[in-house]
Design a protein around this ligand. Structure first.
Ligand code: ACM
Ligand code: ZN
Length: 506
């Protein structure tokens, strides 16, 4: 009996391998049985609500006589249709067209292989971060990204809107932020960090580039239709030189230039955390951001904030002494707590990059891990909810190490598809800490991404690997990159058919 069971499992295992590659679903469903034959159906699927199906989950039954979808919420119905679209699309019609066909009205008349699928995501936060400050991409590119996020079941668009190099959000009552912050006199000449030590500006004005409140509402509506939440990021207290271009009086020292940074790097001038007016100004900015963005989470940045200016600033030193904060790390923790509490009064949750851990802020702030995975583990063990963007495996801003990469101007680091597929957001976590991992994000920082072609090239196919890790969470010890590569190659072909610029796999 034992031997028979073993044989059966082995056969099923083998069948799953072959069939998964053949059906080319990404992300692979968590449970799937291929029952044989095909449904020649052109009619719309039968849809049933089943309360016991988990959030975002669905069951999809394709039989010779028709298709049935079971779900408990609208997101689950949407993901069932997304899977159905991939099954229909094996021939390779354009991707945008397929995404639209999932909307129900006009099913594509094609044969669908008979399958029984039970599916639900492993993680609820399946994000993609786009930096629009170093380079600006605009509404149409963002919509294209949202289309592909939805096609691969990603559901959080983290919109990095403020930086040293640009302020990209026009908010009501503060026109000076984009007047000064959304345009810069030049950009780095050689894309990223310079070529062979030649690091200087290109002399070409850049901007003004920014989103109006109407643009934001348009993107929010587009995202909502695709079950994607938008998390805006407004950085404080560092990476804020574009804001200081509009309000140099909020810096610790006088003489901060009235333009954003033109070269890349970590800017020394930060918000004066000892200045009550600067703090009150940021509160109003966050109020406007909350008025515009309905989602629960607001990202407050917090990464890479040099402490030199604070050390030299009488106002910052007075705040540290008056509140007994101890040192500059304590001052940053005070800033984090202050804006976390301010946002909490509006029913929102603040998210900050993992540097915020240094001064022990309260555990109400969600920690976004990007440095070593140890910081994510530490945050979760301290009691923070965490989002993981381990830079070694999810920073798709760096080159993927393929031959003939036309956009390889960041020569120092490589993140091949095979490495992206090893990403494990739960690495090193205790059972208790695992429960605090909301999910993860892949990140497109744009120092080294200059246009939409480069952006697409860097996001795909690594985004497929990321999406599968977050939805399916294949066992990290048993991941089969060879099998995944077959599916990734097929999806890469579909994206290229749909005119999405996608990297070669080798
Ligand atoms: C970061 O990469 N500075 C969050
Ligand atoms: Zn100061």
């Amino acid at each position: 009996m034992k031997r028979m069971e073993f044989t059966l499992v082995a056969v099923v295992g083998l069948a799953r391998y072959v069939v998964t590659a053949d059906l080319a679903l990404i992300p692979a469903p968590r449970e799937m049985t291929v029952t044989g034959g095909a449904c020649p159906c052109a009619t719309a699927p039968k849809v049933e609500v089943v309360a016991s199906i988990p959030p975002e989950g669905y069951e999809l039954s394709v039989r010779r006589d028709g298709v049935t979808i079971r779900h408990s919420d609208e997101a689950g119905l949407f993901y069932a249709k997304t899977t159905l679209a991939q099954l229909r699309n094996r021939g390779g019609a354009g991707f945008r067209a397929t995404a639209q066909a999932t909307d129900g009205q006009k099913p594509v008349p094609a044969e669908i292989p008979c399958v029984e699928i039970k599916d639900a995501p492993a993680f609820k936060w399946r994000g993609l971060m786009l930096d629009e400050c170093r380079h600006f991409f605009g509404k149409e590119t963002v919509k294209g990204i949202l289309d592909l996020m939805a096609a691969y079941k990603l559901n959080v668009f983290h919109w990095h809107l403020t930086e040293d190099q640009g302020w990209r959000l026009d908010i009501s009552g503060f026109p000076e932020l984009v007047q000064y912050g959304a345009v810069r006199p030049e950009s780095p000449k050689h894309g990223c960090r310079g070529v062979q030590g030649d690091y200087r500006g290109n002399g070409q004005p850049y901007g003004p580039f920014f989103y109006t409140p109407d643009d934001v509402r348009e993107i929010l509506a587009y995202a909502k239709e695709r079950f994607i939440t938008v998390v805006p990021e407004i950085e404080v207290p560092g990476h804020i030189r574009a804001l200081l271009a509009a309000h140099p009086e909020f810096a610790c020292r006088e003489g901060v230039p009235r333009v954003p940074c033109t070269l890349n790097g970590i800017e020394g001038d930060v918000l004066c955390a000892g200045n009550d007016e600067a703090i009150a100004f940021m509160e109003k900015v966050y109020d406007e951001v909350c008025a515009l963005f309905p989602g629960t989470y607001i990202h407050i940045g917090g990464d890479e904030c040099p402490k030199k200016r604070w050390k030299e600033c009488p106002k910052c030193q007075t705040r540290i002494k008056a509140l007994g904060l101890g040192n500059e790390d304590g001052l940053q923790a005070w800033v984090t707590r202050h804006f976390t509490e301010h946002l909490a009064k509006k029913g929102r949750r603040a998210v900050g990059w993992d540097e915020i851990l240094a001064g022990n802020p309260g555990t109400e702030t969600v920690v976004h891990n990007w440095r070593k995975p140890e910081f994510g583990v530490k945050a979760a063990e301290k009691g923070h909810d965490v989002v993981i963007s381990s830079s070694r495996t999810t920073y798709f801003s760096v080159s993927q190490g393929v031959k003939d990469d036309p956009f390889d101007y960041y020569s120092r680091r490589r993140l091949p598809l095979s490495v992206a597929y090893t990403f494990n957001p739960l690495a090193g976590m205790s059972a208790e800490a695992r429960g605090r991992v909301l999910g993860a994000e892949c990140c497109a920082w744009s120092e080294c991404i200059w246009n939409e072609y480069d952006l697409a090239f860097k996001l795909w196919p690594r985004g497929f690997a990321f999406a599968e890790v977050l939805w399916t969470y294949p066992d990290p010890a048993k991941r089969d990159f060879a099998e995944f590569s077959v599916r990734a190659a097929e999806h890469r072909r579909r994206l290229i058919d749909a005119h999405v610029n996608c990297a070669p796999l080798k």
